[in-house]
Design a protein around this ligand. Sequence first.
Ligand SMILES: Nc1ncnc2c1ncn2[C@@H]1O[C@H](COP(=O)(O)OP(=O)(O)OP(=O)(O)O)[C@@H](O)[C@H]1O
Length: 372
Amino acid sequence: MKLAHLTLKNYRNYAAVDTDFSPHINILIGENAQGKTNLLEAVYVLALARSHRTNNDKELIRFGSDFARITGRVTRETGSNQLELVISTQGKKARYNKLEQSKLSTYVGHFNVVLFAPEDLAIVKGSPANRRRFIDMEFGQMSVKYLQTLSEYRFALKQRNAYLKQLKYHQAKDMVLLDVLSDQLAAAGAEIVARRAALLKQMAEFAAKIHTDITKGREQLTFQYQSQVPQAAREDVEQAYAAMGELLQKHAQRELEQGTTLVGPHRDDVAFIVNGKNVANFGSQGQQRTTALAVKLAEIDLMKAQTGEYPVLLLDDVLSELDDDRQTHLLKAIQNKVQTFLTTTSLDGIAQEIIDTPTVFRVADGQLTKQA
Ligand SMILES: Nc1ncnc2c1ncn2[C@@H]1O[C@H](COP(=O)(O)OP(=O)(O)OP(=O)(O)O)[C@@H](O)[C@H]1O
């Protein structure tokens, strides 16, 4: 899958962009604060209909404008499609081949990207919420069903929490309604757990291989999916549903006392284990970086396995942070098959193999210029 063409209108510090891209490596070079990350972000937003940097879409609109528009032509083996996202003060509109999509879940997934930015270290080092967000963003791109179930789950959770609060403060008494809400939570929750278990297992296999390669066999990476649903019940939706039901019963009293839902995949986590130890707690900075890189590269393989096509890779200012070995590995992984966009302030310290063939764009003050 490739982004062949991009048009921007009033996106962040870009008044207008209209450009073709190379199907191989595109380097965006420029001083600080010129718009390199903004451009990668625009590509990410085109794919996922949300930014990785902010939850407030209005920030994406150029200062002084009332809307921002991103339009892209994406080529796949099956042909070429147009995606368009318009963000205004009223909200956002997503169009796929000019047809407006009433739900974002039918828009997301037509264009797959993997972004690797310095803040991705948080996937390894940060809180469980960071990892859940990462999992949901990535798996959501691969499956509309996952996204839909996630939104059902969130809705059920919100309703159930509100009702538990009413019960706690004696504003409600009807336990039958709680049972109905619990059942909805268990049904959606079981599907999420089963999907996460299956995809994490597959991703772990890819990541383990990549990690062994990068560390030349010195380190082994495994994933540990941490869910309240017992391991044996995770991969089968029916069993996970039964397990969710049992867990809800077991925690019923505490949930009523606390007025909140204590059971379910909104409390899941995944631990990355290197040579038997959780790398978040015991890994060196270098081991944490290698793990983050292996996880991100595994995502590329997982997307290919799930969707049949390689995603587009967005590397935001990460290359210069990688030593030669890790750069070489990255190169090997993307060579000729994955369209890549990378930002940098300088070509110094970037492996010669990357600089030899790329298409270079200079970014200065919200202007994108292709170098001859
Ligand atoms: N909504 C907006 N409208 C206009 N300009 C904006 C908007 N949001 C951000 N900017 C500007 O974009 C610039 C930052 O661009 P960006 O984050 O892409 O920098 P960069 O080139 O990646 O720099 P660095 O190398 O420091 O990461 C800042 O000057 C900021 O003021």
